[in-house]
Structures are given as structure tokens and as C-alpha cells.
Write a protein of this length. Structure first.
Length: 200
């Protein structure tokens, strides 16, 4: 199988670059590199998720699973300084970039670490919301493990937010989540992307 961005240690030669992008009214400087997802701009799906996300009114941490170089977690951390945002990825290059991008943009209310899905997250974590733009190319089993792990970590009334294209499995995602969560809804559809919110 050819390498995809949801790999632990990308073999692609490093070619770092920096560019600016505005999310939630803030302009960010992002450093990206070969071997990470959407290295030239913040991908459309992530942007739709960031714009659609509504912070739950309950207490708890926010998790960004499969964070890449950090646009989802960092943009939400920036506008919610009272929350701790946990950001994780299996890709060591992506984790290093997220850490650097947090520093570049002066964002301190984040913890960024390597994790295969949610495996490195403490079971004591109380998550109010978990967001993911899941790594479709890693396969359905990997993606569904994200969902199952999220359910375990969310507090009561906590929410899982997912962006996924209809043609890449959005309907099967909804079906899978309906088997676990008390309420599942598609809160936005844009250019083939679905934003799904599942409430525990």
C-alpha cells in the first residue's frame, strides 16, 4: 500500500513552507511540509467544520483527532482561551508542525501529542467536544475507531463533530454513530461535505 498522510513517520523528503490563512476572523501563520494532509492551504472540509462548530455549553476539554498541522484545533483554541484543546495525530511530522504553529501564533491553551487515533489520550479525560476530519485514506476501520474512542471519552451531553464527504462514506458514518449516540444530525451540507454532530 502506498504511503498516505496518516502514517507514523512520513518517508517523503521534507520541504517546509509557510503561508497565512484566516480562520474565525484570525489570521494564522502556518508552517506545513510534504507528507502531511493539505499542505498548500486549509482544506475545504476543515474550513466548513471550523465555521459550523458550536462550542457545547458544558465544561470539558476540546479534542482535535488527526490534527495534521493544526488548523482546526488552533483556530478553536484561539477563540476559546478558557478551554484546553488536546490535539493529536499519528504522523510525527504533523505533530511537530502543530507544535510549531501553536508557537508561531502564540497559542498556549493546547496540548499536542502523538497518538494513533485516541489511543494516547488518558481515559480520565473529560471531553466536551471532539472534532475530526478523519483520514479516509487510512480505511473505514481506522475511521470508525476514531468514532468509538470518541464516545468513550465524551462526557454526558458531549458532542462529536465530523466532516466527511458524502461520496467517501458520510451516510455510513451517520448509521454507525446512530448505533451509539443519543442524537445524530447533519448540521451542514456544502459542496458534497457533510458536517455531522453526534450528541452522547
Amino acid at each position: 500500500m502506498s504511503e498516505h498522510y496518516y502514517s507514523n513517520k512520513p518517508q517523503t523528503d521534507s520541504k517546509p513552507r509557510q503561508w497565512k490563512f484566516t480562520l474565525l476572523g484570525n489570521t494564522f501563520m502556518f508552517e506545513t511540509d510534504a507528507g502531511v494532509f493539505s499542505k498548500s492551504e486549509v482544506d475545504f472540509g476543515s474550513r466548513v467544520l471550523i465555521d459550523a462548530f458550536e462550542m457545547p455549553k458544558i465544561a470539558g476539554d476540546i479534542l482535535d483527532v488527526g490534527c495534521g498541522y493544526g488548523p482546526i484545533g488552533l483556530s478553536i483554541a484561539k477563540v476559546n482561551p478558557e478551554r484546553e484543546v488536546l490535539m493529536m495525530d499519528i504522523n510525527t511530522r504533523a505533530v511537530a508542525l502543530s507544535q510549531k504553529n501553536a508557537q508561531l501564533n502564540g497559542i498556549q491553551n493546547v496540548r499536542i501529542f502523538e497518538s494513533d487515533g485516541l489511543s494516547a489520550v488518558s481515559p480520565e479525560t473529560n471531553a466536551a467536544a471532539i472534532l475530526t476530519n478523519p483520514p479516509i485514506r487510512a480505511g473505514k476501520d481506522t475511521v470508525f475507531k476514531f468514532y468509538d474512542g470518541a464516545y468513550q471519552l465524551l462526557v454526558e451531553d458531549g458532542e462529536l463533530w465530523v466532516v466527511i464527504q458524502k461520496k467517501q462514506g458520510a451516510p455510513s458514518t451517520v448509521s454507525h454513530l446512530e448505533g451509539m449516540f443519543s442524537k445524530v444530525e447533519v448540521v451542514e451540507k456544502k459542496k458534497g461535505y457533510w458536517i455531522i454532530r453526534a450528541k452522547k
